[in-house]
Design a protein. Sequence first.
Length: 76
Amino acid sequence: MAEESTPRDRRELARIVGLVVAGAVLLALMLDNRQSVTIGYVIGDVKAPLIVVLVVTAALGGIVARLLEWRTGRTK
């Protein structure tokens, strides 16, 4: 007998699929953008590979999202 999926199972599957798609898009962007770029700060400029800038930006975005979830009490 086949088990019927619950809404929680479907949400979890959708979340996993979304993360895989987002990861694939990020990987494609990183592989396509390997050139070096200049990042301007108030006190100077820094040259770094665009792939590093994208990874750091994605990581900071994830951290900010988690902090906002924690602050608003929307954690599971």
